[in-house]
Design a binder for this molecule. Sequence first.
Ligand code: BEZ
Length: 194
Amino acid sequence: MSFDTTAENKKRQHLDSFEEIWVFGYGSLIYKVDFPYLKKSPAKIQGWSRRFWQGSHDHRGTPENPGRVLTLVESSGEECAGMAYQVSQEVFEHLDHREKNGYLRFEIEIQKLRSNHMDADKVIGLVYIAKKNNAAYLGPLPEKEIAQHINMSAGPSGHNRDYVFCLANALRLLQVEDLHVFKVETHLKLLMQS
Ligand code: BEZ
């Protein structure tokens, strides 16, 4: 599979058939909302976890020195909390380009959380996932080594460290605990002090 998934994403879903189109954000889509939306809601998906296992050649790294950014991995019994946005079809022109480095759109059940956190509105929406078979995939490493890699990386969208710090802060604002993200953040802070 080539790095650039823009053309493939255009063919993946019949967006016309969705009554409402929701996209689930679990990474930069939580804190970098550079697209119009109709509604947003804190949300979660079941059976997936965030991991810094995807290479970034175009945002937080370069083709010569890719950074590390998030993808989702299947994790039975786990859930991943983030933010869901109701958007128009046109938004995918922008998002497909922004997330073109190995990410494909998948249909997924999104649980929009109500303020009491007790019950949820379920909707089938879209999520960008970079699977193992994409050309930019880097794969697992212990969190300390992930932090060492991230600490050395930067690209057109800025330092790779800031991707982690912005995400960790956004998750805290949403009262979401994510051990993987927070461990990488802690290791990065230690590296910056040394
Ligand atoms: C997200 O924030 O949902 C996202 C993360 C990586 C790539 C595309 C989207």
